[in-house]
Design a binder for this molecule. Structure first.
Ligand code: UGA
Length: 451
């Protein structure tokens, strides 16, 4: 069976590599010649643990190939997986231009009956539209069917999430489509949920929006903890023993980012609104997240009055660890606000620097290490919980910084390790440690803006 995967982003490339890994013959199609060249060398164009190894191995053994020649690829295809992006439009709805552009190419080039599998996250009803479009546009009496097969991989663990998925969801309208996909996926040996296409599309949105809701909920609980003097980590731990609640996605912080939750919450909200229904829980999820994003910035403003001429160290730029992806990363708008205030930014991220330079080429300084970033800094902001950030010896802040004032948006440190240290440490939903301020309050007025 010839499988073609359209799109070599996170979803497309990981899907292609994992299908090849379990023994299928796969061709990944992309319009970008340079990218194809890189992948043929066994190098992943995206930072994703384990992916380069899969590309190298399966390109070498002939299971996986890459091409820009989509005409040739679709000509031979029995099954085409669509894994292209569905970015957010300015009104919050999903932009399906890439999906339909691929469909146009498929319709023009297929030469035999074909199953088109939509992996991209698409609004409910899109698979119906895709099938309609293909049937209107294919020639020569070729039979095309469409199936929905949403993706549940997370960035940073994408390969593992695919090879050992919690479930595979297949949305089909015929036995034939079901049999083809069951046949493809039986090698993964994972639970398979078979539904109709609309339910499969909805499972994807409901899953992502529920996880986003869980994060916004725990963030609001963290905010209440700060008010009432409780500790969100203890609260989350206490909740987690109830298996109905579970212990995942209860980490309070400065909100969710990435290419999925922000987009998928807005898209479902938009879609429901368009049908005259307001999903109040999703609306609240979005609002809470927007507010949470600037929590550290507001805290710093409260303390310093102004950030003008302050030297601000930033640890972590990406939206989460294990990826170089910056989409909807809280660091981006926060740094904008700091720069507008007149702060001097020295940022460090183990893998996100190159991408960040495309957004902020000159306005900020990039450090090669944590130590370089925090040296002589007036304050440090932690936006991403990279392992090397979590493993910092707290004394380094005291040794290197002008004033060891720490705003931690990812609760990287155990309060027991920090409570005796001479630092100011604000984290989310926990007690603020203010030993440094207490000690120095009388000596120096470091709260005033300017130098
Ligand atoms: C998310 C889902 O987890 C995947 O299941 C889904 O397939 C994917 O979207 C998608 O639709 O493609 P991803 O965006 O890669 O995956 O990252 P997550 O690990 O879910 O993290 C998203 C954001 O939530 C990050 O900014 C992270 O810091 C934040 N987060 C996560 C929290 O603030 N608290 C938590 O407890 C967990």
């Amino acid at each position: 069976m010839d499988i073609v995967v359209a799109g070599t982003g996170y979803v497309g490339l990981v899907t292609g590599a994992c299908l090849a890994e379990v023994g299928h013959k796969v061709i990944c199609v992309d319009v970008d010649e340079k990218k194809i060249g890189i992948m043929k060398k066994g190098i992943s164009p995206i930072y994703e643990p384990g992916l380069s190894d899969l590309l190298e191995k399966n390109y070498a053994n002939g299971n996986l190939d890459f091409t820009t020649d989509y005409e040739e690829a679709y000509r031979k295809a029995d099954v085409v997986f669509i894994g292209v992006g569905t970015p957010e439009r300015s009104d919050g709805s999903a932009n399906l231009d890439y999906v339909f552009s691929v469909c146009g190419q498929i319709a023009k080039n297929i030469t035999k009956d074909c199953l088109v599998v939509v992996k991209s996250t698409v609004p409910i009803g899109t698979n119906d539209r895709v099938e309609e479009f293909l049937r209107e546009n294919v020639e020569n009496n070729i039979q095309v069917e469409v199936a929905s097969n949403p993706e549940f991989l997370a960035q940073g663990t994408a390969v593992k999430d695919t090879l050992y998925a919690s479930r595979i969801v297949i949305g089909v309208e015929s036995e034939n489509a079901k049999n083809i996909l069951m046949n493809i996926y039986k090698r993964f040996n994972q639970p398979i949920v078979v539904t109709n296409r609309r339910s499969a599309e909805m499972i994807k949105y409901a899953s992502n929006d529920f996880l986003a809701l869980k994060i916004s909920f725990i963030n609001e609980m963290a905010n209440v903890c700060e008010i009432v003097g409780a500790d969100i980590e203890d609260v989350a731990k206490g909740m987690s023993y109830d298996s109905r609640i579970g212990n995942k996605f209860l980490n309070a912080g400065i909100g969710y980012g990435g290419s999925c939750f922000p987009k998928d919450t807005k898209a479902l909200h938009w879609l429901a609104n368009d049908h005259g229904y307001e999903v109040k829980t999703i609306k609240a999820t979005i609002e809470v997240n927007e507010n949470q994003k600037y929590k550290l910035f507001r805290k710093a403003k409260e303390f310093f009055g102004s950030l003008k001429n302050k030297r601000v160290a930033i640890l972590g730029l990406t939206f989460k660890p294990g990826t170089d992806d910056l989409r909807e990363a809280p660091s981006i708008p926060n740094i904008r606000r700091m720069l507008d205030e007149g702060a001097k930014i020295i940022a460090y991220d183990p893998v996100g620097e190159n991408n960040f330079k495309k957004i902020y080429p000159d306005e900020i300084t990039y450090a090669e290490s944590i130590e370089e970033s925090i040296k002589d800094a007036d304050m440090v902001f932690i936006f991403t919980e990279w392992e090397e950030v979590k493993n910092i010896d707290i004394d380094i802040f005291i040794k290197e910084m002008k004033t060891p004032i720490i705003f931690d948006g990812r609760n990287c440190f155990d309060l027991n390790d920090i409570c005796e240290k001479s630092v100011y440490y604000y984290s989310i939903g926990r007690k603020t440690i203010n030993n440094f301020i207490k000690k120095n309050l009388m000596k120096k007025n470091f709260f005033e803006g300017g130098n």
